[in-house]
Each structure stands twice: as structure tokens, then as C-alpha cells.
Design a protein around this ligand. Structure first.
Ligand SMILES: Cc1cc2nc3c(=O)[nH]c(=O)nc-3n(C[C@H](O)[C@H](O)[C@H](O)COP(=O)(O)OP(=O)(O)OC[C@H]3O[C@@H](n4cnc5c(N)ncnc54)[C@H](O)[C@@H]3O)c2cc1C
Length: 457
């Protein structure tokens, strides 16, 4: 029998941040993780952390969140995210030692550049300092331990969990039961369900196994379902985000998103190969972009020139080597390479270039960056784009204390949640780089409140 003050389920950013805060608050803490290693989807992320940029404010950030979310965001939760983002970023730097690149990025739907990218553009650069801090605080992680049942007393207060210890993702029946008693609180931080085809098609029947995902296979819904069994309220589960920067020419996340999101969308164009014309404002939010691609009905081509690549400062070698990104000496060669009518593409690029020169996009109202340049310096680069399941906006309802709410909106004693498992922060569409912010902001709140939760007698 194991007994702790605070049990954290899941070892992604949200879980580890919660564990660190709970331990710092003096609680005895244990993290359980069903896989053999820590990290979840967090460790494979790009490490992009939205906080406030220059000429930015919590109000502007909040307005962007709610506009993208189509007003479905829980206002209180979105407000907490916007108001605490900068403090969470500072904590990640100062307390954990995470290092970020100097430059700020702008992603579709944000009014200003406010994405801080962890060194190496990798979630691993955030994960390593988190794990180091956990070790310093002597918080153990118990791997191959899958949450199966949340236990409560007769009044409904959480008292512990039953775990399948020795869990093997390839053989879900492996392992045996282990009871963990919890004196103060359980923090659920089990991530999203993007890879759970059965559960996601219940909520969006279009997202069958045919549709690829950027998520790792462990991104499944069993912990969410267990919390629902206990009476937790699920919210907005059908809002599932498709990543518009993904390519059908590779499995999973791969090389296309970095090129498309950091270079093509802010500085280049997306073209329908059957018409040679642009399809939308490339700096729109992910929902607008993915819907535009789905409306076209076949993969479109993201195009940038050599200057855009230099301005963005990314190295494309890996994507080019794998053949996901392609390089052409002329626009005509690019048109030929992707089966686009060369005359139409030339006209499209000329139109785009004169819009850039005028500082105003007549066609799609794309907000040009201050240093936007016409597409005219060879070589030209292209990528085929088609959406993949990326993020689940829906999940468990929580309040401002990160306490899980029941279907009447009442906090469930001893049960907290943070990260992608939670619903309501982003409404209909999460803006790029706001999930890591959410993991940090709400992970901190959940960890502190679980540690301060009334001790179970
Ligand atoms: C490729 C990729 C790139 C991304 N890039 C960015 C980015 O740059 N910026 C940004 O803001 N967002 C990004 N995102 C989204 C973001 O990374 C995730 O939404 C976020 O990291 C989720 O963190 P989490 O802690 O909630 O869950 P996760 O990191 O997924 O961790 C959840 C953990 O819980 C474990 N678990 C699940 N169920 C159980 C159970 N029953 N028992 C025990 N353990 C369980 C899982 O195995 C997993 O390790 C990206 C996502 C992907 C897939």
C-alpha cells in the first residue's frame, strides 16, 4: 500500500508542474505515468509558450483567445490564462531554468508575436528542467502505472486510486492492481484524446482512423471517462482541433509543421493546386485554415521563397532530405512539381506581391508582418498540406481553482485537473502555443490547491 498527500496522474508538462508546486508547498507527492518514460505529448512539442509580447496586454491576449474560440471559452478560465501567462513564463525561466530563443513568433489568430520558443524548438528543452527540479524535490515518478479507478468515500470525497501497475500499452491487460491512498488531492493531467479513435469519432464522426494524428498513441480518453463515471462534467468534447500545417506525405507530426507554421503562414502563401489560387488568409487561426483546406477537398501547397526562410531563421535540411519539403529554382518549376497551372500561379504570386508592397491584402485581409517581403527570391520551397488531428479542446470542466466540477457545477472534493485533459479554456479553437501556457498556468494552480486541500481523516 502506498499513501501520499498528493497524487499526480500523467507526466507531461501539466502533471510535472503540478507535482513541483505541490511538493514546494510541503506535500508528499507521487507522479504516476502509464508509459515507460516521462513526457507525454509535451516532450514531442515544439516548446512554443505563449505569453505577452511587445505592445501586448492581458486584455489583447484574452480577446484573441475568445475570438478564436468563437466565444465558447469559459471567460474566467481564458482570463486566468491571459493574466498569468507572463508570470508562468518567468517561473519557467527563473525557478526551473528553461531557456528560450530571443525572437518571438506570431501564429495564426494572435494579434501580435507572443510565442516564446524553447531552445532547440523542442519540448524536451522544457521537460529536462522539469525532471531535474522533480529530482531535487525528491518526487518520484512511478512508470507503467495506469490509472484505472478513482476511489471516493461515502460522501464522494476522493480517497485514492486503483492503478494497473506493470501496464504495457501493447498489452493493456498486463500488470496487476495497486491501491494508492491519497490524503489531500488527486491531480489528473492525462492529456488529450487525439489518438483515441473510438472516443474521438463519438464526438466528431469525421475523424475516423483514416485521419492521421500528430499525437502519440497513448493520447487516449480512459482517465477522462473514469472521471465522468464518478460524476465529473465533460465539456465541449466535439471541438477537436485539426493541425492545418501537417503533410499527408509523412506520418504524425514530422517536418512539415515547422516549415508551414513558422515560415509559410506568416510569410508565404497557400495555393490550391487545381486553381493556382490562394485559399485563405494564411495567418488565420487553425480552425479557419483547416476548414479552408477541407472545403478545397484535397491537399494544398504551402509556398515560401529563400528570403522568407532566411528571415525565419530555420534550417530546412531534414525536411528536404526526407522529401517532405521540396526546393525549386524557379516558380515555374515549383508549379510543374506540384501540377499547378504555371500561368495562374505566377498571377497569384504577382497579386500577393503587390498586396505586400501596398501593405494590405485585398483578397484575404492577411495581416502582413512589419518585415513582410514579396515572394521573389529563389529558390522557392513547397510542401503539401492536409489537416491531422492535433488537439482536443474539450475535456473536464474545472473552476478557477482547477477543481474538477460535477454536472451541477460543484467542485468535487479532492479532485483537480490541468492541461489538455481540461475543457473550456480555448472554446472552439486553441491558438498556437497556448497549450503549454495552459499546462503551466493551471498545473501550478492545481498543484498548489491539491497540496492545500483539506486533509482526509
Ligand atoms: C507534435 C506536437 C507539437 C506541439 N507543439 C506545441 C507547442 O509548441 N506549443 C503548445 O502550446 N502546444 C503544443 N502542442 C500541444 C501540447 O504539446 C499538448 O497539448 C500538451 O503538451 C499536453 O500536455 P499535458 O501535460 O496535458 O499532457 P501530455 O503531455 O500528453 O501528458 C499526459 C501524460 O499522461 C499519461 N496518461 C494518460 N492516461 C493515463 C492514465 N490512465 N494513467 C496514467 N498516465 C496516463 C500519458 O501517457 C502522458 O504521458 C503540441 C502537440 C503535439 C502533439
Amino acid at each position: 500500500m502506498v499513501e501520499v498527500d498528493v497524487l499526480v496522474v500523467g507526466s507531461g508538462f501539466a502533471g510535472l508542474v503540478a507535482a513541483i508546486e505541490a511538493a514546494t508547498d510541503g506535500a508528499s507527492v507521487l507522479v504516476i505515468e502509464k508509459m515507460r518514460a516521462a513526457g507525454g505529448n509535451s516532450i514531442i512539442s515544439d516548446g512554443g509558450f505563449a505569453a505577452l509580447g511587445e505592445q501586448d496586454s492581458p486584455d489583447l491576449f484574452y480577446d484573441d483567445l475568445v475570438r478564436a474560440g468563437q466565444g465558447l471559452n469559459q471567460p474566467e478560465l481564458a482570463r486566468i490564462l491571459a493574466e498569468n501567462a507572463l508570470d508562468a513564463l518567468a517561473w519557467s525561466r527563473g525557478f526551473l531554468g528553461v531557456e528560450y530563443l530571443e525572437r518571438l513568433e506570431i501564429f495564426g489568430g494572435h494579434s501580435v508575436a507572443r510565442c516564446y520558443t524553447a531552445r532547440g524548438r523542442s519540448g524536451a528543452s522544457i521537460m529536462r528542467p522539469l525532471l531535474k527540479k522533480l529530482e531535487e524535490l525528491e518526487v518520484p515518478i512511478r512508470y507503467k502505472s495506469r490509472l484505472e479507478t478513482i476511489r471516493t468515500d461515502t460522501r464522494g470525497r476522493v480517497t485514492g486510486v486503483l492503478v494497473r501497475y506493470g501496464y504495457d500499452h501493447a498489452d493493456p491487460a498486463a500488470g496487476s492492481g495497486l491501491d494508492i491512498k491519497v490524503r489531500r488531492g488527486v491531480v489528473l493531467a492525462t492529456g488529450g484524446f487525439g489518438a483515441d479513435v473510438a472516443f474521438r469519432t463519438l464526438h466528431d464522426p469525421r475523424l475516423t482512423a483514416e485521419v492521421d494524428t500528430t499525437n502519440k498513441p497513448f493520447a487516449t480518453a480512459e482517465a477522462l471517462i473514469e472521471a465522468m463515471r464518478l460524476g465529473a462534467a465533460p465539456v465541449q468534447l466535439s471541438h477537436i482541433q485539426l493541425g492545418p500545417w501537417a503533410s499527408p506525405d509523412e506520418k504524425g507530426y514530422g517536418e512539415a509543421p515547422g516549415f508551414a507554421d513558422y515560415i509559410v503562414f506568416p510569410r508565404g502563401i497557400i495555393v490550391d493546386p487545381s486553381t493556382g489560387r490562394r485559399v485563405c488568409n494564411e495567418l488565420a487561426d487553425r480552425k479557419i485554415l483547416a476548414d479552408a483546406l477541407l472545403d478545397v477537398g484535397h491537399p494544398c501547397i504551402g509556398i515560401a521563397d529563400a528570403q522568407a526562410v532566411t528571415q525565419a531563421g530555420w534550417n530546412l535540411d531534414k525536411g528536404l532530405r526526407k522529401g517532405i519539403l521540396k526546393k525549386f529554382e524557379t516558380l515555374q518549376a515549383l508549379a510543374e512539381g506540384y501540377g499547378i497551372d504555371s500561368v495562374e500561379l505566377t498571377k497569384t504570386v504577382e497579386r500577393f506581391n503587390s498586396s505586400v508592397a501596398n501593405g494590405s491584402d485585398q483578397e484575404f485581409e492577411k495581416p502582413f508582418l512589419d518585415d513582410a517581403r514579396p515572394l521573389q527570391i529563389p529558390p522557392y520551397y513547397g510542401v503539401r498540406l492536409w489537416p491531422k488531428v492535433h488537439y482536443t479542446m474539450g475535456g473536464l470542466a474545472i473552476n478557477a481553482d482547477a477543481a474538477v466540477l460535477d454536472t451541477q457545477g460543484n467542485p468535487m472534493a479532492g479532485l483537480f485537473a490541468a492541461g489538455e485533459l481540461v475543457g473550456g479554456v480555448h472554446g472552439a479553437c486553441r491558438l498556437g502555443s497556448c497549450s503549454i501556457t495552459e499546462c503551466f498556468v493551471f498545473g501550478r494552480i492545481a498543484g498548489k490547491n491539491a497540496a492545500r486541500s483539506e486533509i482526509r481523516v
